[in-house]
Design a protein around this ligand. Structure first.
Ligand SMILES: [Zn+2]
Length: 145
């Protein structure tokens, strides 16, 4: 059986559901946006600020799920569960979800000049150490000894 936003309780512990509800009730989920067909992003404020991405198929089955928190005790963290519950509630109550601009950004980046991209990434790296650390990790950049 597929994991969908409607049967998530069958796949995660009650404790995780309860923790997710606390996140929702505390108003810690912000910026829920639909970035494309079934592609949702949200920001969850916790020990740090976490970015959650949930991709659903046309039947609201969970296709992929990502969160940048350090949780590793199971396949799905409380942030993802919280966003899934928010999406479900929005769908069930016909609450519209704002359209994100990520696909517009994506379209622009695809056609961007290499030097412009380089400049943009360097600017972001100077502005935010977290971005710099992500890039160092992704590109396996280590300091010279
Ligand atoms: Zn998380």
């Amino acid at each position: 059986m597929s994991i969908s936003i409607y049967n998530i309780e069958e796949f995660v512990s009650d404790e995780l559901i309860n923790r997710a509800r606390v996140i929702i009730d505390s108003g810690l989920i912000t910026e829920v946006e639909e970035q494309g067909n079934g592609d949702y992003t949200a920001v969850v404020i916790g020990g740090s600020t976490y970015s959650v991405n949930i991709v659903l198929d046309k039947d609201a089955n969970i296709f992929t799920h990502q969160c940048n928190c350090p949780y590793s005790a199971g396949p799905i963290c409380k942030h993802k569960v919280a966003v899934i519950l928010v999406l479900r509630s929005s769908f069930q109550n016909d609450i519209p979800i704002s359209k994100g601009s990520l696909s517009l950004v994506n379209t622009k980046l695809v056609s961007c000049d290499r030097l412009v991209l380089h400049q943009l990434i360097m600017t972001l790296c100077k502005r935010d150490k977290r971005i710099r650390d992500i890039i160092k990790k992704e590109l396996d950049i280590k300091p010279k000894l």
